[in-house]
Design a protein around this ligand. Sequence first.
Ligand SMILES: Cc1cc2nc3c(=O)[nH]c(=O)nc-3n(C[C@H](O)[C@H](O)[C@H](O)COP(=O)(O)O)c2cc1C
Length: 183
Amino acid sequence: MDALTLLLNRRSASRLKTPAPQGEQLDNILAAGMRAPDHGALKPWHFVIMKDDGIKRFSELLEKAAIEGQLGEDVEEKARNAPFRAPLIITVIAKLKQHPKIPEWEQLVAASCTVQAMQMAAVAQGFGGIWRSGSWTEDAVVRAGLGCGENDRIVGFLYLGTPELKAPAKVQAPDMTGFVTYF
Ligand SMILES: Cc1cc2nc3c(=O)[nH]c(=O)nc-3n(C[C@H](O)[C@H](O)[C@H](O)COP(=O)(O)O)c2cc1C
């Protein structure tokens, strides 16, 4: 698939099964993330890879967060099940640094670009994925469990695998009215 076709037609895939990207495929995905645009080459990000037992541990962590937050049995069950929606999850943590020239917002944006780059690298290799977030990104139990420091932000959980639907809904040409002006 050429790059323009990918960018104009990409869709997220929320239903994902095995096989997950592995070996060189996963290395390509991580390398694409590492090539995100990055002012000052600070690399203000960290990738936490979850697969196999890691998915189970993530499930336990989300469940613990739901229990400690007294969020109720429904949320506990949802939390427990959420990580099993894909065979591979890459959690992207922005590691925001004090810098005289590069403000935190730029670092946060750079870390966010890694998610899109990794998702597209997965699609380019025949896989699918979806960028997820939700209130867990701000949860103290989840943050601690994933090793976040005080100035770290979880920018997303990138769920990856093989799309269950072989042909996702076709992408319509976007209506750009009101979104673009020429200056
Ligand atoms: C920062 C961020 C967080 C997101 N969090 C979620 C989420 O928690 N759950 C979800 O279903 N979609 C989430 N999305 C949206 C999906 O990744 C996806 O873009 C959306 O379902 C639209 O599908 P499409 O990418 O095929 O257009 C998030 C997107 C971004 C950029």
